[in-house]
Design a binder for this molecule. Structure first.
Ligand code: FE2
Length: 309
């Protein structure tokens, strides 16, 4: 079961003519001369930590998560560096305890994306709550509240150049470590085996445990070992995106790109910056354009290229 916020005008998208689609999808921001956004281009965000109260601050060096998110939303919708087809948010969507009122504010703040025709796909972080999130999405989209909540919420977003696998590493709300669990790893294994023909890009919240020398194991993904065994031997897996550490970092494990997304909320240290990335799929890899809310930050607008193994 996915957590997806569909565009408000999806119906128009399905039934409209090409010119009608353009104007309906992008009535004001993208302009009448716009073309349909490419499925090769996506906005990736992490750790938005939106609280119910828009005035609330958070973090060791307190900042206002809603104010920072609005700056990032404005940047994405400006289309200055390209028009994403949709958004992927890699968890810790709300403040701390996954409260229903937090999700109400979260979905209100994401509403402008829906209005501009962009679907938003969310992954669960350790500060999320599955039931509260699904209930809020059902309410916001006029659907029935789900009767049963699966133990993990995972989904696949298929595009012409690659398949995105959204995984769920939430073990217990407001406790730091994460766990995929055997059942989800079996699902991932089966789904990867039936999709060998296209690059697979995996997305979840928790950072892998890199043998304890980068991040302490107690705050990372507890089932890193079986996860790595699973993905290393499936050569279509090219990249794993995650958040959790509120730190931008990239490295390679077994030829797979490990990409730690920056947070939009509070920072892990003052050298980091509130940011998002624009992902562009290529035939043999991806490029990521780093967008800070601080235009003077040294990484702002830098493009990082990753070639597939
Ligand atoms: Fe976080």
């Amino acid at each position: 079961m996915p957590i997806t916020l569909p565009p408000i005008n999806r119906r128009c998208f399905v039934t409209g003519t090409l010119s009608g689609v353009v104007s309906l999808l992008f009535p004001s921001v993208w302009g009448a001369e716009s073309v349909l956004p490419s499925q090769d281009v996506w906005a990736f965000l992490s750790d938005t930590h939106i609280p119910a109260d828009r005035k609330k601050n958070g973090g060791k060096q307190p900042i206002n998560p809603v104010e920072h998110f609005i700056k990032i939303r404005t940047d994405i919708l400006s289309g200055e560096i390209g028009r994403p087809y949709g958004l992927i948010v890699s968890g810790d969507c709300v403040y701390s305890h996954g409260l229903p009122e937090d999700y109400k504010t979260l979905l209100e703040e994401f509403q402008p994306f829906r209005e501009q025709g962009l679907p938003v796909h969310f992954a669960m972080g350790n500060h999320d709550n599955r039931q509260a999130f699904l209930n809020a999405v059902a309410q916001a989209t006029g659907q029935q509240t789900p009767q049963t909540i699966p133990s993990r919420l995972h989904s696949i977003v298929e595009t012409p150049k690659a398949n995105f696998f959204l995984l769920d590493s939430l073990e217990k709300t407001n406790q730091t470590p994460g766990l995929f669990g055997e059942e989800q790893l079996q699902w991932l294994s089966d789904e990867l085996d039936s999709r060998r023909d296209k690059p697979a890009i995996l997305v979840a919240h928790h950072n892998p445990d890199y043998s304890r020398h980068i991040i302490k194991a107690t705050v990372a993904l507890q089932d890193t070992t079986p996860f790595f065994e699973l993905i290393r031997e499936r050569k279509q897996v090219k990249a794993y995106f995650y958040g959790h550490t509120h730190t931008w970092q990239t490295l390679r494990v077994g030829g797979i790109h490990m990409i730690n997304l920056p947070a939009t909320a509070w920072l892990s240290n003052p050298t980091q910056t509130h940011a998002w990335v624009l992902l562009t799929l290529k035939d043999n890899g991806i490029s990521l354009t780093f967008r800070s809310i601080d235009p003077e930050h040294p990484k702002h607008n830098k493009v990082f290229d990753f070639v597939w193994r």
